[in-house]
Design a binder for this molecule. Structure first.
Ligand code: ARG
Ligand code: ASP
Length: 716
């Protein structure tokens, strides 16, 4: 009996203590929630050194990079560090056959050579305010979702009107904890961000798709930009007259490196996580949605890969598309594996049992939350077929570029009578030109055949458009259907699409009525809009409402635990320790990799594992400057920081807040951290800052950039 009670105690308390390094914490709450724990893990600074609205703090060196990645200021002249894969678009846009920055890298030798990037911006967070009370005023829990949302929106607009800010600042409000909390962000956005440097892809994306999401890793995934401001140091649109931005704070760079066990934190803009789902939802991700999406991408990638292997031009054309499709494809596979290995569903069920147990013991909780979990799990059962139909619709149609072209022309058509049309048309011509450059009709046709087969055969017939069924029946096989469709459709004629867009867009708009590809697209999207989306949205609203209650309930029922909100692309701090891990198969992984490892992976001429001549020379001559330790150049390391997509480019900081690394990925076994973080195997991957400096200084000869930085040598 005693043993049982003890066991029960251990099992229950296991849920409640803050799991070792889990969490993406709000910077403005570190002082009240996390400071002690961070210091106990080794942090030597205070929460107010990280976030303070009255003095320069670390947060003033962190930016959202273009809204999809993170960057950090590393000199008092606005020099900015982010990942190679975050800056890739800019690198690609400036590349030509003669000046191939993707292949050869790029280094501005002076500020005059730094390259402007239309549309690229960085956003600083000035301050964060809790506006929950104001936003939720007059919105009781039991309202329908849409009624609640309109009150929330109205209140939020009012708050945004009231907020005190400068004319060059912006503000927005975001929901946290599934709508239980609202925070207002005052921000400053700089639109003149210039490319300063990038290594060749053979360094910045070394190992490409094979090594992606994997450890041990040897990628120098970094690029550098510079923020420019108006003469008053305030945000300004691009102008040659603009000057390098003078930051409130720039990060100092530690040359001392990290040892196993050292405290580290990652400061950035994680995009999206779902850590508080009920068991049924996790089970569905694992067993239904992820597998469906993996299968669909698997088929699309196989077609593209086949062509890329045989055709040099296609390899370049499809490189970025392939990387994009395969990134999530690979991640989902790791996610399923990780959820399986960590018994995520079981863990959720136990958690739900503990939750229910506490709720049942307390009449007030019982009245409020007694039915919550069965209802929520029940709704997930109901949404299952609809969510699968959504995945099939989105995943298959988005891989067919012919469909993309039709949808773009449809969207443009709706703007035809509007004042914005001329501008929209001009933008569309630019967009389409770039898009068609990276499109091969031959490849797309085969992707179409593969996708339509999945769309038609793998789904319940109720979710397949009648038009698609009929069209298929005419041919009885997908390849023949594809041949005929692509031969006839004007939207599958690259030259014609572009020419008509420029000279006679009305012809394209008219073709929308008669063209078979257009009719197919319309029928497929109408079926989705009419038969799937309405019920899906209705169920999703009901789920959102219950999930909000469940989130609130978890915080009340387990009130001894500190909760962090799911990622939502707002500024967060994750912290943990540098450490290796043991994979579920029993393999032990070290926490560091070195340049020797790059050379071990080196395959001359290989698409993924070639090593630039200059780097091989530096290695041979051991010309490592100040960047080696005991004759070895550190390349990447891992730690237990809880990160996700969007954290790419985030600084990894040491106990003093010095920059030691640049976050860019996670290890394969731990990619399920978005749903079920597990401290035993979840690790984020960072490039060692000394590898970055070694490449900048020794490889690229851009030592003037290193001179701009503040290098420090903290004693260990
Ligand atoms: N897996 C990382 C992330 O999710 C890196 C992706 C870029 N690298 C690549 N080989 N595709 O974004
Ligand atoms: N590679 C991701 C990014 O681009 C980071 C991650 O998912 O760990 O943001």
């Amino acid at each position: 009996m005693k043993k049982h009670i003890l066991l029960l105690f251990v099992v229950i308390t296991g849920f409640f203590k803050v799991k070792a390094d889990e969490g993406m914490w709000l910077p403005q709450l570190l002082e009240s929630l996390n400071e002690k724990r961070m210091q106990s893990l080794g942090m030597k600074i205070s929460a107010s050194d990280i976030y303070d609205i009255n003095k320069g703090s670390l947060k003033d060196a962190i930016v959202s990079f273009g809204g999809f990645c993170t960057g950090e200021v590393i000199s008092d002249q606005g020099l900015l560090l982010t990942n190679h894969h975050c800056g890739f678009d800019a690198i690609q846009n400036h590349s030509t056959i003669d000046k191939n920055f993707i292949r050869d890298g790029f280094w501005a030798r002076s500020k005059a050579e730094e390259l402007p990037n239309a549309g690229l911006f960085v956003t600083f967070i000035v301050r964060i305010e809790d506006v929950t009370e104001q936003v939720l005023s007059g919105a009781p829990q039991n309202l329908t979702e849409s009624a609640r949302q309109s009150i929330v929106d109205k209140n939020a607009r009012q708050q945004l009107n009231l907020v005190q800010k400068e004319s060059y600042q912006n503000a927005f409000i975001r929901s946290f904890f599934d709508g239980n909390k609202y925070y207002l962000f005052v921000t400053e956005t700089y639109n003149d961000v210039r490319l300063v440097g990038a290594p060749p892809s053979a360094i910045g994306n070394f190992g490409k798709d094979t090594d992606n999401w994997m450890w041990p890793r040897h990628t120098g995934d970094f690029s550098m930009f510079r923020i420019y401001a108006g003469k008053d140091n305030k945000p300004a649109d691009y102008s040659p007259e603009n000057i390098p931005y003078k930051p409130k704070k720039s990060l100092s760079i530690s040359m001392s490196g990290m040892k196993e066990g050292d405290f580290t934190m990652v400061f950035g803009f994680p995009g999206r996580t779902s850590e508080y789902l009920p068991s049924k939802a996790v089970e569905q991700i694992m067993k239904v949605n992820d597998p469906a999406k993996i299968l669909i991408r698997d088929k699309a990638l196989k077609v593209i890969d086949k062509y890329m292997r045989t055709d040099e031009a296609l390899k370049i054309q499809y490189a970025s598309k392939y990387a994009g499709i395969s990134n999530a494809w690979k991640k989902w596979q790791g996610e399923v594996l990780g959820l399986t290995n960590t018994n995520a569903v079981d863990k959720k069920l136990k958690y739900e049992a503990a939750f229910t147990d506490r709720v049942n013991k307390n009449p007030a909780l019982q009245a409020a939350y007694g039915k919550l979990l069965p209802q929520l799990n029940g709704l997930y059962e109901q949404i299952k077929p609809l969510a699968l139909a959504r995945d099939y619709y989105l995943e298959t149609t988005s891989k067919i570029e012919l469909f993309t072209i039709v949808q773009r022309i449809r969207a443009l058509n709706t703007k035809r009578d509007k004042g914005s049309y001329v501008g929209a048309l001009k933008k569309e011509i630019d967009w389409m030109t770039g898009f068609l450059n990276e499109l091969s009709i031959k490849v797309d046709k085969e992707v179409f055949a593969a996708m339509m087969q999945l769309y038609r055969e793998n789904q319940h017939p109720a979710y397949v458009s009648a038009y698609a069924q009929e069209a298929y029946k005419k041919f009885g096989n997908y390849a023949a259907w594809a041949e005929a469709l692509y031969a006839k459709s004007v939207f599958a004629d690259k030259a014609k699409v572009l020419q008509q867009l420029k000279n006679n867009p009305n012809a394209l708009f008219e073709a929308l009525q008669t063209d078979e590809a257009a009719q197919l697209v319309v029928s497929i999207s109408n079926l989705y809009d009419n038969k799937v989306a309405p019920s899906l949205n209705e169920k999703q609203s009901a789920i959102n409402q219950l999930q909000r209650s469940y989130m609130k309930a978890q915080m009340e029922v387990f009130s001894e635990k500190d909760f962090y909100p799911d990622a939502n692309s707002t500024l967060r701090v994750a912290f943990g320790n540098v450490k290796g891990y043991q994979s579920p198969t029993g393999k032990n992984y070290e926490y560091y990799t070195y340049l020797d490892g790059v050379m071990k992976k080196y395959k001359p001429g290989d698409y993924e594992f070639d090593v630039p001549e200059k780097l091989r020379q530096l290695y041979k001559q051991k010309d490592f400057g100040q960047y080696a330790v005991n004759g070895k150049v550190p390349v990447c390391f891992i730690a237990s920081n809880h990160t996700t997509g969007g954290n790419s480019g985030s600084p990894a900081l040491d106990a003093y807040g010095n920059l030691v690394g640049l976050n860019f990925d996670r290890v394969w076994e731990g990619t399920m951290s978005d749903i079920n973080y597990d401290a035993s195997i979840c690790r984020n991957i960072m490039v060692d800052i000394r590898y970055i400096l070694f490449i900048v200084d020794k490889f690229a000869g851009a030592s003037h950039l290193v001179e701009e930085m503040n290098l420090v040598y903290p004693k260990k």
